[in-house]
Design a protein around this ligand. Structure first.
Ligand code: S3P
Length: 172
């Protein structure tokens, strides 16, 4: 399923605030492989995400994100994608040969996680309504790329990470 150069590679997808970064970092630690957050890669190379959206538009962001996903998959490890990465057909194609975990979360849990700025798509007056609409628009794409689905609404991130690491080891 993965190349020999990419031991225990695993991709995390899911909506904003599903816990992709928190869970991903913990899964990587447990598997003893590097952790890559593709949003962070884009920010370090091109600047803050709200600025990229404002200056060049969302489609340019999706291109930069796709490049970051391709580079991360070539390196291997646990790779956490931004919530909208699956909207890009070419990015979805890149995921086809890899184990992909879809992290879901209920709106009630999201309320407590989406404080602060940095997410241009949630910048309006009612971020939870925006989050819910965006999640519903994308749900089919998450399901299309996912090998397995894990809900992060109620259980501690540590437990969720343990479960995902055990699942990944079991694929070898
Ligand atoms: C986005 C999600 C963000 C980030 C950007 C766009 C989206 O990542 O990539 O703001 O379209 O859902 P997180 O899912 O890590 O918040």
């Amino acid at each position: 399923m993965t190349s020999e150069a990419d031991p225990l590679t695993l991709v995390l997808v899911g909506p904003m605030a599903a816990g992709k970064t928190s869970v991903g970092r913990r899964v990587a630690r447990r598997l003893g492989v590097p952790f890559v957050d593709t949003d962070k890669r884009v920010v370090s190379a091109h600047g803050p995400i709200p600025q990229i959206f404002a200056e060049f538009g969302e489609s340019r962001f999706r291109e930069l994100e796709r490049e970051a996903v391709a580079a991360a998959l070539a390196e291997g490890g646990v790779i956490s994608l931004g919530g909208g990465a699956v909207t890009d057909a070419d990015t979805r194609a890149l995921l086809a040969e890899h184990p992909v975990v879809f992290l879901t979360v209920a709106p009630e849990a999201v309320v407590h996680r989406i404080g602060g700025g940095g997410r241009p798509l949630l910048a309006g007056d009612d971020p939870v309504t925006a989050w819910t609409r965006i999640f519903e628009e994308r749900r089919g794409w998450y399901e299309e790329v996912a090998s397995v689905t894990v809900d992060t609404s109620r259980r501690p991130m540590q437990r969720i990470a343990e479960e995902i690491a055990a699942w990944r080891r079991g694929l070898e």
